[in-house]
Ligand binder design. Structure first.
Ligand code: GRG
Length: 295
């Protein structure tokens, strides 16, 4: 686990530098929008999704800058989703990553715009030749990122989540909802590594299967943190789902059942990596990390 912690910190540092560069203010544009984008993107978060891009890409010897730009683009989308999710019309949260949410620190209109700008900047970054010299690879990265973040991915999952407040959901419904809402970006992280590395279908399929289970285990851990975590460690409000009476993995399986399920899915995730050698060890350790995390 200590190797993984060091590697996560190392990736987080590189991602921070890349995001700082990508968000350099443009003197011809209103500074407030850059301030808002920088406020919400820089200086926080585990940077798990860029880490998955980097580790998956490393299996195929992809150059670090290609993986880093792709991972940074994915993180921009993740940050946009958090900003919009925190808005009064959605989850109405005041705290995110240990500081005031963007609409609280700025205002709602700026938060909506900053989210839109982060989303679109992500595609600009992927489409630029610095991300990969081969335009076919860039197009595939764009295509899969649009799918993962859009209506057949995260947005579709968020819509299901909004409706979950008024509907009875069973385990299958929750699993599908979370595969879209949280899982799709995690899956993209691993698939992007395979795309950059021109992986075989078998290798790409193994990474997708790993990421699918990783995303589920990650989300079950998130539901457990909503019950067992605290605001100091998580940097966000807890017991929200519980208080809203929303169906989650924990409300359906119970705390012990959810923990067992997370452990079983995490070990299944590791099993999908059997086709890779020791170079996948950090991905193997990540499966343990996502269920043990405290934030
Ligand atoms: C608004 C289209 C739209 C989608 C929002 C991601 C999302 C969908 C909502 C966030 C709500 C939430 C807390 C979901 C649980 C899983 C999750 C994405 C947690 C946050 O991700 P981490 O733990 O966060 O990787 P950091 O801060 O470490 O980046």
């Amino acid at each position: 686990m200590s190797d993984l912690k060091a590697a996560l910190t190392n990736t987080a540092d590189s991602v921070e530098i890349m995001l700082d560069t990508l968000l350099t203010p443009d003197s011809s544009i209103e500074n407030r929008i850059f301030e808002a984008m920088r406020y919400t993107t820089l200086g926080g978060g585990k940077r798990l999704r860029p880490f998955l891009v980097k580790q998956s890409a490393a299996l195929f010897g992809v150059s670090e800058i290609n993986a880093l730009r792709t991972g940074a683009a994915l993180e921009l989308i993740h940050c946009y989703s958090l900003v919009h999710d925190d808005l009064p019309a959605m989850d109405d949260d005041d705290l995110r990553r240990g500081k005031a949410t963007l609409h609280k620190a700025f205002d709602e209109a700026t938060a909506i715009l900053a989210g839109d700008a982060l989303l679109t900047l992500a595609f600009e970054v992927i489409a630029q030749p610095e991300t990969h010299q081969d335009s076919e690879i860039r197009i595939e990265l764009v295509n899969m990122l649009a799918r993962a973040s859009g209506v057949r991915g995260m947005v579709g999952g968020q819509m299901k989540d909004l409706q979950a407040e008024t509907k009875e959901l069973n385990l299958e419904d929750i699993t599908h909802l979370q595969q879209l809402k949280t899982g799709a970006l995690i899956e993209y992280g691993c698939e992007a590594g395979a795309i950059l590395g021109k992986a075989s279908n078998e290798e790409r399929g193994a990474l997708i299967a790993y990421a699918n289970d990783l995303g589920l285990a990650f989300q079950i851990a998130d539901d457990l943190l909503d019950i067992e975590g605290n605001v100091e460690e998580t940097g966000k409000a807890v017991r929200k789902d519980n208080n809203a009476g929303k169906a989650t993995f924990v409300s359906i399986l119970g705390v012990d059942g959810a923990r067992k399920e997370a452990e079983s899915i995490a070990s299944r995730a590791v099993g999908h990596l059997d086709t890779f050698d020791d170079r996948a060890n950090l991905l193997r350790a990540t499966a343990e990390f996502v269920i043990a995390r405290r934030n």
